[in-house]
Design a protein around this ligand. Structure first.
Ligand SMILES: NC(=O)C1=CN([C@@H]2O[C@H](COP(=O)(O)OP(=O)(O)OC[C@H]3O[C@@H](n4cnc5c(N)ncnc54)[C@H](OP(=O)(O)O)[C@@H]3O)[C@@H](O)[C@H]2O)C=CC1
Ligand SMILES: O=C(O)C1=N[C@H](C(=O)O)C[C@H](O)C1
Length: 221
């Protein structure tokens, strides 16, 4: 059961399918993909897991419906991020390159403790399924941002891997390896739906998945 009607941009895709499995196909009242658009009601939240080229359509739909946005598409340009931030002045927008809990915690660890290792080398290895279009992954870019400095990234596109990220930090004397593996793509959909439930009742603003988790924690404490 959903509790809200939703829209999907990227409805025929891998992530679109996973979100449908959680929220139920009957509550999906707006869907879009390259092959077309279908509208049967007013969504409370639109989920965009598609391609950067679709963002214009997504932002226009959010404005038209006056609804919130969960934006998971990676490979966005800086200008597109600014466009999403512009929508956030009037609607709740949760944007994250990775809606898994493990990557959220890994990002917090890097942001908090990365500065202690500022003179260590750092390289990031990411592996994904062969159909993934962008490289490096949005998550690898976000992990670099959390670390607060540049890091060489290595991208593998092999088999059906849902998403692996490994940060290797090393000095002359020691090596610290922090790694995350998504066992199934459903983990990202579960996080996105969690963000959608938050966004459905949140004030306008630009939120990260970490903001969603921290708000939930404050509400439950
Ligand atoms: N933030 C996160 O946690 C995660 C993010 N992602 C990101 O989500 C995105 C989608 O991934 P995935 O589901 O695997 O991709 P798929 O290739 O399986 O699906 C892409 C979807 O987008 C649609 N699409 C492509 N171009 C356009 C367009 N110009 N206008 C409208 N719709 C379009 C496709 O339609 P059609 O079928 O007609 O071609 C399809 O429905 C990627 O950017 C990926 O990196 C993925 C997993 C987790
Ligand atoms: O395309 C994918 O599949 C994924 N994309 C996201 C990314 O680019 O980081 C998140 C996840 O790793 C799966």
């Amino acid at each position: 059961m959903t509790g809200f009607s939703y829209g999907l941009v990227g409805s025929t895709g891998r992530m679109g399918g996973e979100i449908r499995k959680i929220l139920g196909p009957e509550a999906c009242v707006f869907e879009a993909s390259i092959t077309g658009q279908n509208e049967t009601g007013t969504p409370k939240v639109i989920f965009d897991f598609s391609r950067p080229e679709a963002l214009e359509l997504t932002l226009a739909a959010c404005r038209r419906f006056g609804c919130a946005l969960v934006l998971g598409t990676t490979g966005l340009s800086d200008a597109q991020r600014r466009q999403a931030a512009e929508l956030a002045k009037t609607a709740a927008v949760v944007q994250s390159a990775n809606f898994s809990l493990g990557i959220a915690v890994l990002s917090m660890i890097l942001a908090d403790y990365g500065p202690l290792l500022s003179d260590w080398d750092c390289e990031i290895v990411e592996a994904h399924h062969k159909a993934k279009k962008d490289a490096p992954s949005g998550t690898a870019l976000a992990l670099k941002k959390a670390l607060g400095r540049d890091a060489v990234t290595h991208s593998l596109r092999v088999g059906g891997v849902p998403g692996d990220h490994i940060c290797v930090l090393a000095s002359e004397q020691e090596v610290l390896t922090l790694s995350h593996r998504a066992i199934a793509r459903s983990v990202f959909a579960a996080g996105a739906v969690r963000a959608g439930r938050f966004a459905a009742s949140a004030r306008p603003g630009l939120y990260s998945f970490i903001d969603v988790l921290q708000t939930e924690r404050e509400r439950n404490s």
